[in-house]
Ligand binder design. Structure first.
Ligand SMILES: Nc1ncnc2c1ncn2[C@@H]1O[C@H](COP(=O)(O)OP(=O)(O)OP(=O)(O)O)[C@@H](O)[C@H]1O
Ligand SMILES: [Mg+2]
Length: 348
């Protein structure tokens, strides 16, 4: 069984005549310990897809019209609010683009991580139940919230997490307020908070976009290292195909609310099949070579509610044929493990 299985998901913003489809028949699975990158230009639907895993898009305005989101085999869309609270920051944790906006400016970072631990790790400090996770186990073990052993265990865990994400001198750093830290250090704190609940799946939505290039590389290295050490799965969202090679096992390319290509990362980078993926790859800045040859994709991503008939990429596609604007092609497995939403993928 896959850790996550999104099946034929359809989600609208608005209702009835005013409904605009933002996620249109998206299917995506992530196995235990697997890293999947979700790429695509701005407005393609990456964030709404990622947020849907924790049912974090407010309903309304969102309406889940069809499909399933199975996390450990249980459909998130059918969960009660209590079950949703348990999985959010439990099974699945999020790291977002702007750490400065996500951290609370008036609390010390150590206390913010501790709050997350208090919520998700009732076992900490309970005598003899170091690995027990449920409140019931804690109750049986006789642990008292706020007891010295609990407080000590929480403090020790905050320091361990800060060390894990590479924050130097964590014993003194935990007393810092967010503004006393650089953007890169703040993002490390956000990752520590996300790890506090020992998630099976870490969703990182453009986690390095707000950082400068050197720090970006450090944060990506940190994520790879944590994945190795903790064995968690990662859904990494980026508009930069350049970072995919170092991070991903598989890549899903999204365009106008749909997945247009899904493939093992190495194969996709060696031989992209969908014209949109090819165009995206041509727009990746190369470290070496001719900077002038960097090509942006002409035109814009269509807005939801304004998708063209037929293939949604056709108006921007250099290979488009007349029939492309009449039928939206299906996502088809054209080689083992390689899915493409374009019948002309073979054309060079
Ligand atoms: N609350 C909302 N109400 C209406 N439309 C929304 C809402 N949130 C997102 N959308 C629309 O859904 C589409 C997908 O948005 P989403 O934020 O998922 O894109 P994205 O791929 O993450 O883009 P970016 O790279 O800029 O983060 C966009 O057209 C956006 O305008
Ligand atoms: Mg986004």
């Amino acid at each position: 069984m896959n850790l996550l299985e999104i099946k034929n998901l359809k989600m609208d913003f608005g209702k009835d005549a005013g409904a605009l489809r933002a996620i249109d028949d998206v299917s995506l699975a992530i196995g235990e310990g697997e890293t999947v990158c979700l790429v695509g230009e701005s407005g393609c639907g990456k964030t709404v897809t990622a947020l849907s895993i924790g049912k974090l898009v407010p309903t309304p305005p969102a309406h889940y019209v069809d499909g399933e989101i199975l996390l450990n085999g249980r459909d998130v869309l059918k969960m009660s609010s209590r079950q949703l609270r348990e999985i959010r920051g439990g099974v699945v944790s999020y790291v977002f683009q702007e750490p400065g906006a996500a951290l609370n400016p008036v609390f010390r970072i150590g206390n913010q991580i501790k709050e997350s631990l208090k919520l998700h790790r009732p076992d900490l400090g309970a005598p003899g139940t170091a690995s027990a996770r449920s409140g019931m186990a804690r109750h049986r073990a006789g642990a008292v919230p706020g007891a010295p052993s609990r407080r000590k265990a929480l403090d020790a865990e905050v320091i361990r997490l800060l060390k894990l994400v590479g924050i130097p001198a964590p014993e003194s750093r935990l007393r810092n307020y967010p503004f006393e830290m650089s953007g890169g250090m703040q993002q490390r704190v956000m990752i520590a908070m996300a790890l506090a609940s020992e998630p099976k799946l870490l969703v990182a939505d453009e986690p390095t976009t707000a950082l400068d290039v050197t720090i970006q590389a450090q944060i990506l290295d940190l994520l790879s290292d944590l994945k190795q050490r903790l064995g968690m799965a990662i859904l990494l969202i980026t508009h930069n195909l350049g970072i995919v090679g170092d991070m991903a096992d598989r890549v899903a390319v999204m365009y106008a609310g749909q997945i247009v290509e899904l493939s093992p990362a190495r194969e996709l980078l060696r031989r992209p099949l969908h014209p949109y993926t090819r165009a995206l790859m041509a727009s990746v800045p190369k470290l070496r070579g001719d900077a002038d040859r960097l090509s942006a994709i002409p035109g814009n991503v269509p807005r939801i509610g304004n998708f063209p008939p037929g293939c949604r990429f056709a108006p921007r596609c250099p290979m488009a044929k007349p029939e492309c604007s009449s039928k939206n092609p299906d996502l088809v497995e054209v080689e083992t493990g390689r899915f493409v939403r374009c019948p002309f993928w073979k054309t060079e």
